[in-house]
Design a protein. Structure first.
Length: 375
């Protein structure tokens, strides 16, 4: 377990020092790590970096509250499972873990992160996937794929997809296919999150500080990410326990936990900030996953509070006596006092933490709250 930071002065992080001066009395120093104390490689350790995901919370934060309120051998529930952070960290601590999500891709990613893998089978899969095969298309790509990828990249992505069927761990390689597709799109290198239009020519790249061209191939990403994925799941295999993990595809307002739960630990979607289906549009297209956009909570502010409250009520109904509900939020709209009350919860603690410096161009100051509540 990483030792929580003390919010030390760090001359390499002037924004952090300014933030410390402004909100020292409000920010919890035990949960506010500096970049030096918690570098990016630790925030994305082992399976936590199998695939990019906007809006996930750091595993070290999940670990703190799992240790504080979880029960070894008990069951932790995450009604907004997202990329699976809660499930991964709960399993590593020997706690049963379960969660649900409306996004089929999120469920796929969470299952892949928490599955068991055998080293020899992984190596055999890699040999099969890297075999030189014809890149002729088994079938025509969708209009979306044809629009967002260069012809060579389309051929390579579809060829890789065709080889997945004969592997031992097809879901793992489907996640790799998605990750490679994200990198191989006809888009700016500094605009991978929500590009609006394909890019066909040269542009000034803010990421590389020079003129760049969009990517025209996918094979190099497929090879690199496949080997990286195999390494990461093997790293986690040394931490993974036999505690059960369950991932349910569905709406948290109507899906119940698979049994009595000891802790709810979740980071709900932000209202109106992230389109959780659209951020993985390429995955839905290449993997043939069903999209349930209209049912996604957080696509707008209207109805958001009622939806989150309904999901929490469903979770609370399965909570054992003495169980806690821990919600990680950026409550800039001040909605969660009402949400907790509507869910039949009493707020016990409200912790403010400084969020570790984000990557890319989204690196401004940012704070979030951890709300601890009980029925």
């Amino acid at each position: 377990m990483i030792t929580p930071g003390r919010f030390k002065d760090d001359p390499a992080e002037p924004r952090l020092v300014l933030a410390k001066t402004a909100v020292l009395r409000e920010v919890d120093p035990e949960l506010s790590w500096t970049e030096r104390e918690l570098p990016e490689r630790e925030r994305t350790k082992h399976v936590h970096r199998l695939h990019p995901y906007l809006g996930k919370f750091v595993p070290q934060l999940a670990e703190v509250f799992l240790r504080r309120y979880g029960t070894p051998g008990g069951l932790v529930w995450d009604p907004f499972v997202g990329s699976g952070t809660t499930l991964v960290e709960a399993n590593a601590l020997g706690m049963g873990a379960a969660g649900c999500d409306i996004s089929a891709f999120n469920c796929l990613l969470a299952r892949v992160k928490t599955d068991a893998y055998e080293g020899r089978a992984l190596e055999d899969d890699l040999v099969r996937l890297e075999a030189r095969r014809s890149k002729s298309r088994a079938r025509r790509a969708s209009p979306y794929v044809e629009r967002w990828f260069a012809p060579r990249a389309v051929d390579e992505l579809l060829a890789f997809r065709g080889r997945i069927g004969g592997t031992t761990y097809p879901d793992l390689w489907r996640v790799v296919l998605s990750r490679a597709a994200r990198s191989a799109r006809l888009t700016r290198h500094d605009d991978l999150d929500f590009p609006r239009e394909p890019v066909g020519g040269e542009y000034f790249c803010h990421k590389h500080r020079r003129v760049c061209r969009p990517v025209g191939e996918a094979e190099k990403f497929l090879t690199r990410y496949a080997r990286d994925a195999a390494r990461r799941v093997q790293e986690f295999s040394h931490l993974r326990t036999d505690a059960p993990v369950t991932v349910v595809g569905g709406d948290a307002r109507v899906v119940s936990p698979p049994g009595p739960i000891d802790l709810v630990l979740t980071s709900p979607p932000y209202p109106g900030l992230i389109d959780y289906h659209e951020q993985h549009a390429y995955a839905f297209e290449l993997l043939g996953l069903e999209r349930r956009d209209p049912e996604e909570i957080g696509r707008g502010v209207s109805g958001y509070a009622d939806a989150i409250a309904a999901a929490l009520r469903r979770a609370v109904a399965a909570l054992r006596p003495g169980g806690k509900v821990v919600v990680v939020v950026n409550d800039s709209r001040g909605l969660y006092d009402g949400i907790l009350a509507a869910a039949g919860l009493r707020l016990e603690d409200r912790v403010l933490r400084h969020v570790n410096r984000r990557t890319g161009r989204r690196n401004g100051e940012y704070y979030e709250e951890i709300l601890v509540a009980s029925p």
